[in-house]
Design a protein around this ligand. Structure first.
Ligand SMILES: [Zn+2]
Length: 202
């Protein structure tokens, strides 16, 4: 069995179901369309991810997701042709950990895995505090990007200084949990695909 991608017409096989083996797709050798990015929506239509068309087709065939938008290509395998999706939507709502979580002490500690971001000591939540990287007294705000988990000794040592002033260095740049970042990436990618727009720009 071989699979190939062709633009344009062909019989549709939207109800092909499980007969259409995923192995057929793995043998495809020239299917760039199978690598095309597909926007993945939660059951609630909230964009949550981008995956390759190949993966999206598997999710549709397994009955995990349904096609919301097509990209105009067909995947042919055996006697079945299937439209390649551009946007799919999960049929069951999937809770996305972290992404929509509010800024809170608990979530900062979760993001930083209860690890002091200056000395790398792992401590129970009760023994950690939150440090403003840019001190509040010097204009630092309480944001994902300016708050890190910190042990009490490091917090005392840092005081009202910027990290370099105290001879300290962050283990890594603090970032928000991913909702914002991933939306931004999806927007950049979706800029070329009109079919994504209505799901990304709202
Ligand atoms: Zn520390």
């Amino acid at each position: 069995m071989s699979a190939r991608i062709e633009p344009g017409a062909g019989p549709t096989g939207r109800h092909a179901g499980g007969m259409f083996a995923a192995t057929a797709m793995h043998r495809d050798s020239n299917g760039n369309a199978l690598h095309a990015p597909v926007l993945v929506l939660n059951a609630s239509y909230e964009p949550i991810n981008v995956c390759a068309a190949r993966r999206a087709l598997v999710l549709v065939l397994k009955g995990v997701a349904m096609t919301e938008e097509e990209n105009g290509h067909f995947l042919h395998a055996a006697r079945i042709a299937m439209r390649v999706p551009s946007v799919i939507r999960l049929l069951e709502y999937r809770r996305i950990p972290h992404q929509s979580r509010a800024l809170s002490r608990k979530n900062i500690l979760l993001r930083d895995r209860n690890t002091c971001q200056y000395c790398a000591t792992v401590l129970p939540s009760g023994e950690l505090t939150l440090d403003h990287v840019i001190p509040r007294s010097r204009g630092g705000s309480s944001t994902w990007e300016n708050l890190v988990a910190c042990c009490h000794p490091c917090n005392r040592r840092k005081g009202n200084q910027f990290p370099p002033e105290a001879g300290m260095k962050l283990m890594r740049e603090p970032r928000a949990f991913n909702l914002h970042t991933s939306r931004h990436i999806m927007r950049l990618m979706g800029r070329s695909d009109d079919k994504w727009r209505k799901y990304l720009f709202y």
